[in-house]
Write a protein that binds this ligand. Structure first.
Ligand SMILES: [Fe+2]
Length: 302
């Protein structure tokens, strides 16, 4: 649990303070108690929707995640040669784009976690390194869950991750998170101490947010964790998972079709967006530390 210190002074101090520290194993709520109001099944517009073998495979890998919730143990997936080929194709193409556009921190972190283009990484191996670096951990999940349930787990420095991979007919596209989006998009950034703390603050916010505040948090998450840009030595680089894991999005983000504005938290939490559209405006943070501190102050105002 995070400590919640109720202010005893009469000045306009925040109602509580967030302490950032690593979560010990014995403080983690049992994964066996994990319950969600809603877990996404495969949608009809998914490229694999009419492929019974794909559906069966996705359901099998999803069942391993359900097994995790019963036992607390992660089962490694024995990926098939076809799944490995999908990974290799996407990972190699992305690697090339990322050399040009990705944040240098991200590029180093990907190497450090052993995320390579020639094989799909397992959550267990990435967990071992994450634990040493920031105490973050990955927990398997069957699919998208409701926003509050998903974000709340970040308060325990836990990221829920899918393990299955997109359909081979459209390797450049997936309408739902898959292991490419998680491992190439999200996971490397959790090795950054400031980004890990920032994620934890978002999680803490989700646990205490009103419905309106939760919507704001969803927008903050979208324009940072998914579509964030960061300043680097006078240049702009990508750190958002939605950019780093998509050929189309990353190139679009740096094209003249996008306005890249300095990050303004107040503006971001009020910026409505449509999930399925390419973004017209993106926000550039000065540093991960600045994002963390701005987010801390915002959550402390709840
Ligand atoms: Fe994502």
């Amino acid at each position: 649990m995070l400590t919640e210190t109720v202010s005893t002074t009469t000045t306009a101090e925040p109602a509580f303070e967030i302490s950032n520290y690593q979560i010990r194993d014995d403080e983690l709520p049992g994964f066996t108690d994990l319950e969600f109001e809603h877990i996404n099944e495969l949608h009809l517009d998914h490229p694999g929707a009419n492929d019974p073998a794909y559906r069966e495979r996705r359901d099998f890998i999803a069942s391993l995640a359900r097994g995790f919730r019963e036992t607390g143990r992660i089962t490694d997936v024995e990926y098939t040669p076809r799944e490995q080929r999908v990974w290799r194709y996407v990972a190699e193409e992305l690697e090339e784009l990322q050399q040009k556009y990705a944040s240098p921190f991200y590029l180093r972190a990907k190497k450090d976690l052993g995320i390579r283009t020639d094989r799909i990484p397992q959550l267990t191996e990435m967990n071992r390194r994450l634990k040493e670096l920031t105490g973050f951990r990955l927990a398997p999940i069957e699919g998208l869950v409701e926003t509050r349930g998903f974000l709340s787990w970040l308060s325990y420095r836990v990221m829920l991750c899918t393990q299955y991979i997109r359909h081979h007919s459209q390797p450049a596209y997936t309408p739902e998170p898959d292991i490419v989006h998680e491992a190439i998009g999200h996971i490397p950034m959790f090795t950054n101490p400031n980004f890990a703390d920032f994620s934890q603050f978002i999680g803490h916010g989700a646990r205490i947010a009103s419905d309106r505040q939760l919507e704001e948090l969803g927008r903050l998450y979208w324009f940072t964790v998914e579509f964030g840009l960061v300043e680097h030595e006078g240049d702009i680089k990508a750190y958002g998972a939605g950019l780093l894991s998509s050929f189309g999005e990353i190139e679009h983000a740096f094209s003249d079709k996008v306005e890249r504005r300095p990050f303004d938290l107040e503006e971001v939490i009020n910026h409505e967006f449509t999930y399925s559209d390419m973004q017209k405006i993106l926000y550039v943070i000065p540093s991960y530390k600045d994002l963390k501190e701005q987010t801390r102050r915002y959550i402390e105002s709840f």
